[in-house]
Design a protein around this ligand. Structure first.
Ligand code: ADP
Length: 395
């Protein structure tokens, strides 16, 4: 029996607290990916942070007592308390590692509906995924179409041009863009010794689901199938040693990007946003999502920031600076602004990202600036996380 939203909701609804009150009808939302659990509770009866802390601890105990039956100890539980408008007022995170069950269980079958990519070996339980990768960076966006994949690809290629060993994983499983952006079309996906071999293009190791399914088949996947495929791509790819692995997450703040971000030991997240107000609102939600998962925000990139015409004049089509002001308001770093340029779009469509860095163009300078900032912020994040210990956090 795997963890499911229904099982979590039922278990938490039955929790009785020391004062006799219950969490009946308190669960607003639950999400699960394997043994990573998240839930939102609406509990107006608790007005004090410590009361909510006790309620969260009671949820954890109730869920823990089920984990032997489920066959999967909880690896991470995030309990968010929301008000009547759905605004998060308190987050309680349990990130400790529970003791594994005494008798190892057989590997559970994949979630219903997900057909595993065949020919791959199962990852060994004692080999943590991505262990030879120094920094894993997620690139997310509140909205689709803001240039998230374009920034992710150029970030990967730019870091590789600086001599780093870089991989990129297309986690945007509903609309994988890497086959186009890196022109993987003519290449065959190779599986060697039970492991997916990433494509080596533009100095970057790349893997995408887009090469494992037919290009024109719609990817209408529900959560568990999406997670299963994402997990296979991350864990069963032969990455080798990498300095950076860039993960192009699906846009938005729904279950899928949220649990994907939760599944990985991320060094930090880059949020891509265009300057308009509507894009900012969504980017704020994406930033909050990462923060609530305890993932450090490396910063915000303002894409399609401005346009330089043939007359040499700069046009602020979408209101340049909007994303920078948003970053300031949120207290997160601003990583730079990338202009709207015909060549970025053309090189994207042609799968030639290297061309974006050639010549002393506005675009090349802007991209190099973003890459320098990402490098700095990643180093700072790594220094900070070196001091962090797994703990129960109440914020
Ligand atoms: P997302 O991943 O957010 O859905 P994409 O990276 O796929 O967005 O970009 C959407 C489209 O916009 C692509 O055709 C891409 O080439 C184009 N694009 C992205 N950023 C820019 C830019 N700064 N200038 C011109 N075109 C851009």
């Amino acid at each position: 029996m795997p963890w499911t939203k229904e099982l979590i909701t039922q278990t938490v609804s039955r929790v009785t607290l020391p004062d006799g009150s219950t969490l009946h009808n308190a669960v607003e939302w639950a999400a699960v990916c394997e043994n990573y659990l998240s839930l939102k509770l609406h509990t107006p009866q608790f007005t004090q942070p410590h009361e909510r802390g006790l309620a969260a601890a009671a949820c954890r105990r109730a869920l823990d007592s089920l984990s032997t039956e489920v066959g999967a100890p909880i690896q991470s539980l995030i309990v968010e308390f929301v008000d009547h408008l759905g605004t998060v007022i308190q987050t309680v995170r349990f990130q400790d590692q529970p003791t594994p069950p005494a008798t190892p269980k057989p590997t559970p079958p994949p979630p219903a509906g997900h057909r595993p990519i065949s020919g791959l070996e199962h990852p060994k339980p004692d080999s943590p995924p991505l262990r030879n990768i120094r920094h894993v960076i997620a690139v997310g966006a509140g909205k689709g179409g803001v240039g998230k994949s374009t920034i992710a690809v150029n970030l990967a290629v730019g870091l590789a041009r600086r001599g780093f060993a870089v991989g990129i994983l297309d986690g945007d499983i509903y609309g994988p863009s890497l086959p186009t952006l890196l022109r993987l079309g003519p290449l065959e996906q190779v599986v060697h010794a039970g492991r997916l071999q990433p494509f080596l293009v533009h100095g970057v190791k790349a893997i995408t689901l887009g090469k494992l399914v037919e290009a024109d088949r719609p990817l209408i996947w529900r959560g568990p199938m999406a997670h299963g495929a994402f997990k296979q791509l991350t864990e069963q790819t032969e990455w080798g040693n990498l300095d950076y692995l860039i993960i192009d997450l699906p846009p938005g703040t729904g279950d899928v990007p949220l649990t994907m971000a939760q599944m990985l030991q991320l060094s930090g997240a880059v949020v891509v946003c265009t300057p308009q107000r509507v894009a900012q609102d969504d980017a704020i939600r994406a930033t909050r999502m990462f923060q609530q998962l305890g993932i450090e925000i490396l910063g915000v990139v303002e894409n399609m920031s401005y346009f330089i015409g043939d007359d040499g004049k700069t046009y602020d089509i979408f209101g340049r600076g909007g994303a920078e002001q948003m970053a300031q308001r949120l207290g997160v770093p601003f990583l730079g602004a990338v202009p709207i340029t015909m060549s970025l779009r053309e090189n994207g469509d042609a799968g030639s990202p290297t061309a974006n860095f050639e010549g002393n163009t506005d675009l090349a300078r802007a991209l190099e600036g973003v890459i320098t900032q990402v490098e700095h912020q990643t180093t700072l994040a790594a220094m900070r996380s070196g001091n962090r210990k797994p703990s129960l956090t109440i914020s």
